[in-house]
Design a protein around this ligand. Structure first.
Ligand code: DGJ
Length: 709
């Protein structure tokens, strides 16, 4: 696990992955990112992979560097784009670099003495085998350098012919798409000013045969919560790469003499073992980032969020009764959503005034919090600090604090505007209010929402503001966390509009989606679950009739779908019938019983031979235990479902396989498969090779299976 440096080649070695980096040019080129090659001589690998010159091409083979350089003739999208006033220095060339290789990391520093720019790059393999890549440009000239883009490119071999990407919208985040791509490019540009529902910042190259448990996979994720661009290209010369970085608006980053710009970190995940194993690399990366910044609570408490139970209808006595019903089913945290402050009786007023409304809480929040605490729960609260309504005391006093483009009428969304957090006075004001809220109340958890995109958003000087606003958001969150280290923060943006590894190094979880319909949730969670572990994803049991789809599902399906993440409830337990309440109580108890496994284990997903079902679960790191779910999403084309091959377990171990009953099993069979009647003993190999026979189930119903050795 050491970096081996030969003259101009550095080999970053991990037991699961090798990264061979040629640093002989001014910018590193990755010669190999893939299967481990420990013992191989890095210089030999470079010689093996050197490309020949051909007719019809340049007189040199332009390297595909991690910041591709147009000045060397490579046809990839240039990694550094910009110019000085008058248009000069638009295509820099960095031709020599200083190299510092330590352990599993390499840093290079190079200069373009003509363009007077300095470029620093950093590549690092983490303890868990994730590749972290970033670059920083510094203006060493005496005029301004207008930066259009600085992005990082990671090459993949020609066997990486399939590309998996994501799309989404409010209430239907992280929809997975897979295609074979042999020429041209796939690209997305996110201008929403937040990570977005529409363009999740993750993609996976893979071999065509890659499945959950086999095949080579190369994942890339951009750890950034603002605008971004993603590109996956097959160049005409056959080379393939992914390029990720922040999307800068015109004039958004102008580097004064001496100033620098650093890219967000691109996280790479390679495995030869399929998508499930690739997801583990991403999961460990974000878990480590959260641990390093102390954003990992010991126990992720089952919570009730009041939004879909009460919306803006706040009444202390009613909320106390709701808290009683919550405690009765085993809830551990009561989160008071939107509507408790200022003139916020609906979504047209009050944002920006983070002071408890005396109209709805004549005695403040203290009596409600005391009641919640007396029922053994802790208390959480909703805020949306980056936003204001025009109808607010804040905007009446400081219209100049609104982020907008001067002289233009701003585009509205949900009747709200953005607060310019780059304005120090506005920042201090909002910090002061939130700090006071947390100081004055016994608050354990803050749900931090962001319900509109940044459209046409200029800072006070009239220049594009998304980059600075994103950094200011991080700063506000960081200073609040530092002042209140025991408070846990959740990232929410109308559901899953801000889920990435940067925000998740600061928050304990993300609200996955406003859609609690389990039919949708199964697929949303499976999508985002590729780069975020279950315990960081809020998964709630919603009302019988889903508020966002109008569909209804059984309490069993709702509960099984929510149990695998950071579990919560997003409905009024008083409105459940007796059966629903009993099942919910049982599911919460089961979740608590298995919480250590669910929240610390390895996510496992399975390839089924029946596309109408989905199966996933969590396995302990030593493969001694697993809790799995099998969900029949729609009717199966077959009366009897194909066997479910359960991979990932220890082939040599013998497991006790047991059905964990929860409420009613909706089924069309006269009999159940034998193993469901009495626990079965079989090996991990038998489970993977032969598979387990699922029962014949109704659509929209599922079951839980426990395995222990
Ligand atoms: C959007 C969030 O996703 C919901 O859960 C809720 O908090 C509302 N905002 C409140 O306005």
């Amino acid at each position: 696990m050491t970096g081996e440096a030969s003259t101009r080649v550095v080999h970053l070695v991990h037991e699961t992955v090798s990264v061979v980096v040629d640093v002989s040019g001014g910018v590193p080129s990755i010669v190999h990112w893939g299967a481990p090659l420990s013992g191989s001589d890095a210089a030999t690998l470079t010689a093996m992979t050197a490309r020949p010159l051909t007719h019809g091409s340049l007189d040199l083979v332009p390297p595909l560097q991690i910041v591709p350089q147009h000045s060397l003739g490579v046809l990839a999208r240039p990694g550094l784009q910009g110019h000085r006033p008058g248009g000069r220095d638009w295509a820099p060339r960095f031709s020599e670099c200083d190299v510092r290789a330590t352990g599993r990391s390499v840093t290079t520093v190079s200069h373009d003495r003509i363009a007077k720019l300095r470029l620093e790059t950093h590549l690092e393999l983490t303890e868990s085998g994730a590749l972290r890549a970033s670059a920083t440009v510094t203006n060493e000239g005496d005029t301004r350098f207008l930066l259009d883009a600085l992005t990082v490119a990671l090459p993949v071999p020609s066997s990486a012919r399939d590309l998996t990407t994501y799309s989404g919208r409010w209430s239907r985040e992280s929809t997975t798409h897979r295609q074979t791509i042999d020429h041209g490019a796939w690209t997305t540009e996110n201008r929403t000013g937040r990570t977005s529902h529409e363009y999740p910042p993750t993609l996976w190259w893979s071999t065509v045969d890659a499945r959950e448990w086999g095949g080579e996979v190369w994942g890339c994720h951009l750890a950034w919560s603002g605008n971004h661009s993603l590109l996956a290209e097959v160049m005409p010369d056959g080379r393939r790469y992914a390029q990720l970085g922040e999307l800068l608006m015109p004039g958004e980053v102008c580097l004064d003499p001496g100033a620098s710009y650093a890219t967000p970190v691109v996280v790479g995940a390679y495995t030869s073992g399929g998508f499930t194993l690739a997801s583990w690399v991403m999961h460990e990366h974000v878990r480590t980032a959260a641990r390093d910044t102390a954003a990992s609570p010991r126990t992720r408490k089952v919570l009730l969020n009041t939004w879909e139970a009460t919306y803006f209808d706040h009444d202390t006595e009613q909320l106390k009764a709701l808290a009683d019903a919550a405690a009765d089913v085993g809830i551990e945290r009561f989160v008071l959503d939107d509507g408790w402050f200022g003139a916020r009786r609906n979504d047209r007023a009050g944002l920006g005034d983070w002071v408890v409304s005396r109209e709805v809480y004549p005695q403040g929040l203290a009596p409600l919090i005391a009641h919640v605490r007396s029922r053994g729960m802790d208390f959480g609260i909703w805020v949306e600090p980056e936003m204001v309504n025009r109808d607010s005391d804040l905007v009446r006093a400081h219209p100049e604090w609104v982020l907008h483009s001067p002289d233009y009428e701003p585009v509205m969304a949900r009747h709200q505007l953005l607060l310019d957090l780059t304005n120090e006075a506005a920042f201090s004001h909002i910090y002061g209010q939130l700090d006071a809220l947390l100081r004055d109340h016994d608050i354990a958890f803050v749900k931090w929402d962001m319900n509109r995109p940044l459209i046409h958003a200029s800072a006070a000087d009239g220049t594009a503001g998304a980059h600075r606003q994103t950094l200011a958001f991080y700063r506000l969150l960081d200073v609040l966390r530092a002042a209140h280290p025991r408070v846990e923060f959740e990232s929410c943006a109308s559901g899953g509009g801000r889920i990435d590894h940067s925000v998740l190094s600061r928050t304990v979880r993300a609200w996955t989606s406003d859609c609690n319909d389990p039919l949708e949730r199964q697929r949303i969670q499976r999508g985002v679950g590729m780069w975020v572990p279950n315990e960081m994803l809020g998964m709630h049991v919603g009302a019988r009739v889903s508020h966002t789809t109008g569909r209804s599902q059984s309490i069993e399906m709702r509960a099984i779908t929510a149990m695998f993440g950071w579990m919560g409830v997003e409905c009024d337990p008083r409105k459940l019938d007796d059966h629903e309440r009993t099942v919910l109580r049982t599911a919460i108890a089961l979740h608590k019983q298995h919480r250590e496994l669910l929240h610390g284990g390895l996510t496992v997903r399975f390839d089924l031979d029946d596309d109408t079902a989905l199966a996933h679960g969590v396995m302990s790191h030593d493969a001694s235990e697993a809790l799995l779910s099998y969900m029949q999403m729609t009717t199966s084309p077959w009366l009897v479902a194909p066997r479910w091959r359960i991979n990932g377990l220890d082939p040599e171990r013998t497991y006790t396989v047991a059905h964990l009953p929860l409420g009613r099993l909706g089924g069309i069979g006269h009999t159940l498969p034998d193993w469901m009647n009495s626990p079965l003993r079989c090996t991990g190999r038998e489970l993977a090779v032969v598979g387990l026979q699922p029962p014949s189930m109704w659509p929209e119903s599922g079951m839980l299976v426990h395995l222990a050795s």
